[in-house]
Design a protein around this ligand. Sequence first.
Ligand SMILES: N[C@@H](CCC(=O)N[C@@H](CS)C(=O)NCC(=O)O)C(=O)O
Length: 240
Amino acid sequence: MGLELYLDLLSQPCRAVYIFAKKNGIPFELRAVELLKGQQHSDAFVQVNPLRKVPALKDGDFTLAESVAILLYLSRKYKAPDHWYPQDLQAGARVDEYLAWQHTALRSSCSRAVWQKLLGPVLLGVQVPPETLASTLAELDRNLQLLEDKFLKDQAFLTGPHISVADLVAITELMHPVSAGCQVFKSRPKLAVWRQRVEAAVGEDLFQEAHAALMKAKDLPPLDLAMREKLKAAVQVLLQ
Ligand SMILES: N[C@@H](CCC(=O)N[C@@H](CS)C(=O)NCC(=O)O)C(=O)O
């Protein structure tokens, strides 16, 4: 069996992996893991990723969790063009710097924003207090400012003149609050132009395809009671 990618495109790190693999012509079997059906807890998937999270990769007998590790594995194994993850010591370190920062900063506020503003109400019937949402959106705003000031600056892409995996990880995060109606790019012209550059570099069709399920999330039916209770426990921390 060749390369298998276990993904749910509602998940932002899965979209980053999907876009990277497709854009680089990497052949893979897509193994859908539907988080809203709890398939990350199935016996078969737990064999692949005992952490019970997507994305996950299986390449023969080798299994791998964590989107950043998966992106770098694919980049090295398939010798993706250097700009995705530069060999140059300092250029590569810039990408590493972004990947390390985003996990606790931008990712956290994007996930909280989408759960509090969209997925919580739609899927779980949960409305968070307005002050909780306001505080999440203020934190998102602070992280967007850092994204602009510390990473993008006056460059074309986040880590230099060419697109890298950092841009894919960032854009797939930012589309989370966009899907919830947050005006992420409205008063941020530099970020808006960067988004256009990333979409153009990825290709409009692939970008739309990767985000189609997320953009329709607002039309999802509420979950059944049993699934709702399970999910509520899992995402409790994002709703506070
Ligand atoms: N640090 C991990 C995070 C993976 C992650 O949190 N995946 C979420 C979807 S975005 C998941 O599978 N959640 C299922 C669950 O927690 O039950 C990565 O970057 O791959």
